[in-house]
Design a protein around this ligand. Structure first.
Ligand code: SF4
Length: 520
């Protein structure tokens, strides 16, 4: 057995260019399909491909054929983890898939998903989770008291705790009943897709922080974090899964159970930055919302410029809106090398020193001699913008006016998005709005700087303000947070030191022949 996980992890850490570190990190993507007669592993592969932007550290697929659950997962991109041969060996009618960026638990093979557990009744449960729980420590204590974490358990993610408690609950009841009992005890953001040998399940937390939708295939059903994943597998959108709703999908059709009263608080950052522009969230096209943000930005923060250029690609729709509203011509002044930050080949020191040029290259003939309005999606630490503005000036820009299609990020997210630490956020801790904007402008070297207001962002999404989470912008957290020591990426590694030097994960060595996790 080759342990690729160690090599992959080290390479991943070694090869992320600095600019990639400056961007907010998406949380995860989940996908599920129930479709007898279809190649569910391949459908899941393509679904995950469409969701790759939500997590690039690890990928995995579980398949059930009515008799067993088979899981294959590893660190890396979907296209790196799976090949034709592996997918061809995964035969069944129900599957769940996951692409991961870690918000609780480190980047290890054991923490990659779908996580797998046996129930005492001998069934297999595979689970993928998008989001981040805030009561992981409490749930882990319960799991430990129940004897679900032994010396050989090496997984340290909140998702693994959920899988362990879910499988434990299904010892003397159905998985559906176990889920209805467990889900109300989870606090925080979660969109779950999980399965046993025959049935697909999907659940969304009562606040609906992360999106999750249901789609229809000719011969089955799909669920996905974003509707863009439906397009790639030929599914049609049916509806969003409601906050506080559990779906079970099998040969009897789709069953819906309300496990908690909905109190919607959709993450506004999904509209602004995280989701694909070709996805639809809560009935609103993400692309349209971003173009509208650009229009509002032009009204709120007009600029004297000759050319509006986006920072591709996430700044593009807002730049289009800004140009439409302001009447300033729109142009492509920067080309993006989309895949360089995803390479597993370690860049040499010479290449590393190129910095932002690894990702973006200026079109000099477009930029030269112009007063530019540069539209970007967000500023987190400011390093990227500083390097970008220097590059634009070197390419001949006369003036650079920066307009940002989100409000200043001032507070951390505890619901599944990894920003920099509060101390590293460039807008954090500045006394007044005016000081903050001018301080950031000077730090990045722009001629002028303007952010859209929180109200402008909210209006562009078309959502009710009371039904959105905007905590990273306004500091109002919709879900109560525990003490700092009970949260954080390493909370379970701290709680379960015995697991650090443990032997093989019991998940990788199933205790019967019914189900298995395949390790590369
Ligand atoms: S804190 Fe920000 S990123 Fe996190 S869920 Fe709320 S709006 Fe989204």
């Amino acid at each position: 057995m080759t342990d690729l996980s160690i090599n992959s992890r080290n390479l991943l850490a070694a090869t992320q260019p600095d600019e990639v570190e400056n961007e907010p990190r998406e949380e995860c993507g989940v996908f599920g399909v129930w479709a007898p007669g279809e190649d569910v592993a391949k459908l899941t592969y393509y679904g995950l491909y469409a969701l790759q932007h939500r997590g690039q550290e690890a990928a995995g697929i579980a398949v059930g054929d009515g008799a067993q659950v088979l899981v294959f997962k590893d660190l890396g991109l979907v296209s790196q983890v799976f090949d034709e041969q592996t997918l061809a060996s995964m035969i069944g009618h129900v599957a769940v898939g996951h692409c991961r960026y870690s918000t609780t638990g480190s980047t290890t093979w054991e923490n990659s998903q779908p996580i797998f557990r046996h129930t005492d009744a001998g069934s297999g449960v595979a689970l993928g989770h998008n989001g981040n729980l805030v009561n992981t420590a409490e749930l882990a204590s319960r799991a430990r008291e129940l004897g679900l974490y032994g010396p050989h358990t090496t997984a340290t993610s909140d998702s693994d705790v959920v899988g362990a408690l879910l499988a434990h609950g299904a010892a003397d009841k159905t998985l559906e009943q176990a889920a209805v009992e467990l889900l109300p005890t989870l606090k925080g953001a979660f969109c779950l897709t999980f399965q046993d040998e025959s049935t697909l399940y999907a659940a969304r937390d009562p606040h609906g922080i992360r999106p999750l939708s249901l789609g229809r295939l000719d011969r089955g059903w799909v669920v996905a974090s974003e509707t863009a994943a439906f397009d790639i597998v030929g599914a049609s959108f049916v509806r969003d899964i409601e906050p506080g709703e559990l779906l079970a999908i099998d040969s009897n059709g789709v069953r819906s159970t309300r496990f908690a009263e909905p109190t919607p608080k959709l993450c506004i950052f999904e509209h602004v930055y995280l989701a694909r522009p070709d996805s639809v969230i809560h009935g609103r096209s993400v692309h349209s919302a971003r173009v509208d943000i650009g229009r509002r930005l032009a009204r709120e923060q007009p600029a004297e410029g000759e050319l509006v250029i986006p920072v591709p690609e996430s700044g593009t729709p807002a730049a289009v809106g800004f140009a439409q509203e302001s009447g300033i011509p729109y142009g492509q002044g920067l080309m993006k090398n989309a895949y360089v930050g995803r390479t597993f080949i370690q860049p040499s020191q010479t290449i590393r020193q190129l910095g932002i040029r690894l990702k973006l290259n200026p079109l000099r003939e477009v930029i030269r001699g112009k007063k530019l309005v540069v539209v970007d999606d967000s500023i987190v630490r400011g390093n990227t913008q500083r390097a970008l503005i220097r590059m634009l000036r070197e390419a001949g820009a006369v003036e650079v006016h920066v307009r940002i299609a989100s409000s200043p990020v001032r507070w951390p997210c505890f619901y599944g998005i990894d920003f920099a630490s509060p101390a590293e956020l460039i807008a954090n801790g500045m006394e007044s709005e005016e000081h903050m904007v001018d301080g950031v402008r000077q730090a990045i070297g722009a001629d002028s700087l303007g952010y859209i207001s929180v109200e402008g962002m909210v209006e562009a999404t078309g959502e009710k303000p009371s039904e959105l989470c905007a905590a990273c912008f306004d500091g109002t957290y919709p879900i109560e947070l525990p003490s700092e020591t009970a949260m954080g990426k390493a909370v379970l590694e701290t709680m379960m030191p015995a697991s650090k030097d443990a032997g093989p994960d019991r998940l990788a060595a199933p205790n019967d022949n019914v189900s298995a996790v395949m390790r590369p």
